[in-house]
Design a protein around this ligand. Structure first.
Ligand code: 2PG
Ligand code: MG
Length: 436
């Protein structure tokens, strides 16, 4: 979000002041907003999101502890922005993102931003980008990607929520759809809206409508994880689309939440599996249902199994590292050397600066990996990630479901971008089409 009063290429992008405040996220929890004022008068503002199912190697989110708000207050992170960080970045240029982020990293001085907080540093990193875009008088995606930023991302849209986002009612965290045959981003949203609506109707018919989960997906009431898959196919068909061909399935197993050290528990299915047992189950699902993408099929501490799964299915399936790669360029390079996964989820708050997140995408591209810019389960009206997906040309965007304002703000922002790009826009088609 940005405003400006002295636009143009020659605008003075020197940072004058940085302010921060505590605002509230979609789970009613505190989070950090930063606002940057430049010498030219342009301002930029950004809010940091928060995850629930987190990788252990994510950058540190600074929370105050204590009794208030379950220990989740962020007043120390806010104070860090207004004090130490504001002093350190005043005088730097907002349009030199690399130098600004390097200063933030150096100032923090820890490997995981545990001193100042990744929530503090990311708010400043993103607000500066917004301010620089405003100073130029262009939308953020265009500031980041120039005139060549015309690739609209394929959306991954959640239909059922599960795992840590729905009281572990089912074990699999995200049951999502993608629309490989849609011609535009707008059309992909139309199809997803129909699938979402029909999924809700199916659940209502079964009197199993229990509201929505953290990211807006239907709160699941299923007898097994596999029943969720079957119901999703049913919803796709009832909505009038060919499963696999027009609307396909993407899953986030979030397997780090299911166990440790190669032992996994599917509570709903009353099953304990070792790594190869989980691989076998997922391969059977891939053979039976029109699944084109699986995120975190195995735990973050199970790289060898990741390699085995990638060998078995990587040629016909997108295999995404989220908790496994935590948007970290070095981990992406390590995974590529091993042959583990073939795509990386990109969440800026897993690293704490835009430059480091971007570096993970650069490493992914070099390795031939796909990239998916992703929201967190705790979100706000902030739409920065949509601009990152288009500006960086990642080709995919994961935001959650087709309900709740913090999700719709992002889908709707992407519609505005597609409209602005007009005939120059093309919808990315990164995923294989499948016929059953
Ligand atoms: C994920 C995200 C979004 P969280 O695991 O990919 O679904 O969840 O933000 O809770 O990590
Ligand atoms: Mg995930």
């Amino acid at each position: 979000m940005s405003t400006t009063d002295d636009r143009g290429a020659g605008a003075d992008c020197t940072i004058r002041t940085v302010r921060a405040r505590r605002v509230w996220d979609s789970r009613g929890r505190p989070t950090v907003e930063a606002e940057t004022l430049l010498a030219c008068g342009a301002t930029g503002r950004a809010i940091v999101p928060a995850g629930a199912s987190k990788g252990t190697r994510e950058a540190h989110e600074l929370r105050d502890g204590g009794a208030a708000f379950g220990g989740l207050d962020v007043m120390q992170a806010v104070a860090n922005v207004e004090g130490e960080i504001a002093r350190a970045v005043a005088g730097l240029r907002a349009d030199d993102q690399a130098a600004l982020d390097a200063r933030l990293i150096e100032l923090d001085g820890t490997p995981n931003k545990s001193r100042l907080g990744a929530n503090a540093t990311l708010a400043v990193s993103m607000a500066a980008a917004h301010a620089a875009a405003a100073a130029r008088g262009v939308p953020l995606y265009e500031y980041l990607g120039g005139a060549g930023a015309t690739l609209m991302p394929m959306p991954q849209i959640q239909i059922f929520g599960g795992g840590a986002h729905a009281g572990r009612r089912v074990d699999v965290q995200d049951f999502m759809v993608v629309c490989p045959a849609a011609k535009t981003f707008a059309e992909a949203l139309e199809w997803a809206a129909e699938v979402y609506r029909h999924a809700g109707l199916v659940m209502k018919e079964r009197s199993s409508s229990l509201g929505v989960a953290d990211e807006g997906g239907w709160w699941p009431d299923f007898a097994s994880n596999e029943q969720a898959l079957a119901t999703l196919v049913q919803a796709i068909e009832r909505a009038g689309y060919a499963p696999g061909e027009q609307v396909a399935i993407a899953l986030d197993i979030a397997a780090s939440e299911l166990g440790r050290a190669g032992r996994y528990t599917l509570g709903l299915d009353a099953r304990e599996l070792d790594s190869d047992g989980l691989i076998e189950l997922l391969l059977r699902w891939v053979d039976t249902y029109p699944i084109v993408s699986i995120e975190d099929p195995l735990g973050e501490d199970d790289p060898d199994a990741f390699v085995r799964f990638t060998r078995a299915a990587g040629a016909r399936l997108q295999i995404v590292g989220d908790d496994f790669l935590v948007s970290d360029a070095a981990l992406v390079r390590d995974a590529a050397a091993l042959g583990a996964a073939n795509a990386v989820l990109l969440k800026p708050n897993q690293r704490g600066t835009l430059s480091e997140t971007r570096a993970a995408w650069d490493a992914a591209r070099e390795a031939g990996y796909a990239g998916i810019v992703s929201a967190r389960s705790g979100e706000t009206e902030d739409t920065t990630i949509v601009h990152l997906a288009v500006g960086w040309g990642t080709g995919q965007l994961k935001v959650g479901s087709f309900a709740r304002g913090e999700r719709m703000a992002k889908w709707n922002e992407a519609l505005r971008i597609e409209e602005r790009l007009s005939t120059r826009a093309t919808l990315a088609r990164p995923l294989p089409r499948r016929t059953r």
